[in-house]
Design a protein around this ligand. Structure first.
Ligand SMILES: Cc1ncc(COP(=O)(O)O)c(C=O)c1O
Length: 330
């Protein structure tokens, strides 16, 4: 089965063409300090704790063919993350949704990467106020820009070269809970550099006992003894992961969330990663061990990938973008 060249379709199909009325917004639109602005003009204060302490939660939802994917679930996950780190979102769910619609609409994007955050924000002025979460001025920021693929069509079609990091483990959930999608990325980024040093393209991290947690910016799946398995803890509850679990049910594939040891990954029939910015990303090798001969993306991974895009473009879990908001006053 051929992998659907989703990126090429986004570049060439008329249903995916950007239609921006104000050229200043061609690169994207942002929402900062209660106002919309072109993405390249957006900035945050240097003293925002989101920047200097990586003290923030965020989320990313995608738009394709003019439709958000699982918007309400992304917003619900984000609300849980805000509660988990004790920041207050200055906007309610409906206001937040309207902002997300409007950044996409202003940029006229049919395929978009839509990011938003609430940072700890501005620190309190009083000396002993750092102990009180209510004393910080939490800040909301959002932007939309062109949809990005973590791996392009050719890479997804031939499969990714992955390593299991030896140098790093994923930060333990008791230190920073990965279920609250947050700015802490150093473990994952350093593992990526290790991947580069070892001649690979991406990295997955384990916990201290060698059980898989998640890949850099993505969830990890393996096909072991005919079943699709993915870690049940130590990772973000990804919405692409959730979508894959639903697709497995539809295809009659057994799927299990459980602890998965890194050794199972190297011996798996197939491996793939999932994330909003990239969908389902087949893996062809783990720690230089080629999973199948001839090497390439696995059949089941490709079936899941293709079904994901076919269903999305047919309106699965979709919320149409409100393009009528493009011209509302800032
Ligand atoms: C650490 C981490 N794990 C998993 C994911 C995948 O989550 P989702 O499928 O909701 O994008 C992401 C997405 O950015 C991530 O940053």
């Amino acid at each position: 089965m051929e992998l659907i060249r989703a990126q090429e379709i986004m570049f060439t199909h008329p249903d995916h063409a950007q239609q921006v009325s104000d050229p200043d917004y061609a690169f994207g639109a942002a929402f900062v300090a209660d106002r919309f602005c072109p993405l390249l003009e957006a900035s945050i204060p240097l003293v925002d704790a989101g920047l200097f302490h990586a003290d923030a939660v965020y989320d990313v939802v995608s738009v394709s063919r003019g439709m958000f994917f699982r918007l309400e679930e992304h917003q619900a996950r984000f609300a849980r993350a805000c509660d988990a780190i004790r920041v207050r979102n200055p906007y309610d769910t409906a206001q937040e949704a309207a902002i997300l619609h409007e950044v996409v609409a202003r940029a006229g994007l049919r395929d978009a990467y839509v990011w938003w955050t609430v940072t700890r924000g501005l620190p309190p002025m009083g000396r002993n106020d750092m102990v009180d979460p209510d004393k910080f001025e939490n800040r909301f920021y959002a932007f939309a820009t062109n949809f990005v693929f973590m791996f392009d069509d050719d890479q997804r079609a031939r499969g990714i070269d992955l390593i299991v990091s030896r140098d790093r483990i994923r930060i333990p959930p008791r230190a920073v809970d990965p279920r609250a999608k947050n700015f802490h990325w150093l473990d994952m980024q350093m593992a990526l550099f290790e991947a580069g040093d070892r001649g690979a393209e991406w990295a997955v991290l384990t916990d201290a006992d060698g059980y898989l947690a998640e890949a850099t910016g993505a969830n990890i799946f393996a096909i072991v003894d005919g079943a699709v398995v993915t870690p049940d803890s130590g990772c973000l509850e990804g919405l692409t992961r959730q979508s894959v679990l639903e697709l497995c049910r539809e295809l009659g594939l057994p799927a299990v969330c459980r602890r998965v040891h890194a050794d199972e990954l190297r011996a798996a029939q197939e491996v793939f990663m999932t994330t909003t910015a990239g969908s389902i990303m087949p893996v062809r090798s783990v720690d230089s061990h080629v999973l199948s001969e001839p090497s390439g993306a696995g059949e089941i991974s490709i079936r899941l990938h293709n079904l994901y895009w076919e269903k999305r473009w047919a309106g699965w879990h979709a919320t149409p973008v409100r393009y009528d908001l493009a011209g509302s006053p800032t």
